[in-house]
Design a protein around this ligand. Structure first.
Ligand code: C2E
Ligand code: CA
Ligand code: CA
Ligand code: CA
Length: 277
């Protein structure tokens, strides 16, 4: 399975190993990945639903391992979370993304950063955010922290307090993948999220004539409106989906139709010409 030529885009072959064995090997590789500079951030544009201008970029991790090649975050993030390696890795993401936004983007373009529950329950998560902001010089209003409903599963009070501290600094907080996890509307009472991100499952379903998905997106938008929260539709891949989402009244749109996650240099070009060709 190993690419003898050392090419960087082969898939690790899970079929040759047990799942547990693969996981163990990835864990070993993950332990030295940060110090060996194997991570990079890609940035995916988030656009205003009405005028389609770029309002933010979401930072998304990419791992190119010398032994395993390109490993999807869907695979390595859970391992990083289980081993708590996500704490130092997450701090790196925060610093890197804040620096990129402060140094290279216009002041009206924000950065969205994914944060795991394990990071939030660290004693001084808000302090980590304060340091990332002050080292980079990024204004707190330009940082949006994305969390999923899983933060409410364990140590909910601690996680909530950490997020409230970040909001007091002036950062925004988005509820990611809304509707896919152990959703409970009660969570929306516990924290005044800035944004609800509607999962692509519902977005794409709505466009593919699923009356249930359509009803759910409609209801989420109406609920967010009345709670004073904005909505971001995820996974918009074509014009039809974009048009539908705009009609449904989502505030922002993200998806391959407007741009895939791209290297930092490409994101800089996008903001330089203020949009897409
Ligand atoms: P997410 O936060 O829900 O990020 C959105 C995912 O959807 C990304 O996958 C993105 O590439 C993908 N996506 C965006 N637009 C489209 C579209 O139009 N169609 C389709 N099919 N997919 C689209 P990616 O980059 O593979 O990341 C997967 C997950 O890994 C993320 O889901 C997030 O949960 C996690 N992740 C990535 N980077 C980080 C990080 O720095 N920290 C943490 N804690 N988690 C991260
Ligand atoms: Ca996200
Ligand atoms: Ca998401
Ligand atoms: Ca997700």
């Amino acid at each position: 399975a190993k690419d003898e030529g050392g090419g960087n885009h082969f898939e690790y072959e899970p079929s040759l190993h047990t799942n547990a064995e693969e996981r163990r090997q990835l864990e070993v590789a993950l332990r030295s990945a940060l110090e060996n500079d194997e991570f990079v951030l890609h940035y995916q544009p988030v656009v205003d639903a009405i005028d389609e201008s770029v309002v933010s970029f979401e930072a998304l991790m990419r791992w190119n391992s010398p032994e395993h090649g390109f490993v999807s975050p869907a695979k390595f993030i859970p391992i990083a979370e289980d081993t708590r390696l996500i704490v130092p890795i997450g701090t790196w993401v925060l610093n890197q993304a804040c620096h990129e936004a402060a140094a290279n983007w216009p002041e009206d373009v924000k950065v969205n950063i994914n944060v795991s529950p394990e990071q939030l329950v660290e004693p001084d998560f808000a302090g980590t955010v304060v340091r990332a902001l002050s080292h980079s010089g990024l204004d707190p209003s330009r940082l949006e922290i994305e969390v999923t409903e899983s933060i409410f599963m364990r140590d909910a009070a601690v996680a909530r307090k950490a997020l409230e501290q970040c909001m007091a600094l002036g950062c925004s907080v988005a509820l990611d993948d809304f509707g896919t996890g152990y959703s409970s509307l009660g969570y929306l009472r516990k924290l005044k999220f800035t944004t609800i991100k509607v999962d692509r499952l519902f977005v794409q379903g709505a466009a593919q004539d699923s009356p249930e998905s359509l009803a759910i997106v409609r209801a989420v938008v109406a609920m967010a409106d009345s709670l004073g929260m904005t909505t971001t539709a995820e996974g918009v891949e074509n014009q039809d989906e974009a048009d539908l989402i705009r009609r449904l009244g989502c505030t922002k749109i993200q998806g391959y139709h407007f741009g895939r996650p791209m290297p930092a240099e490409d994101a800089r070009k996008v903001v330089k010409r203020r949009g897409f060709d």
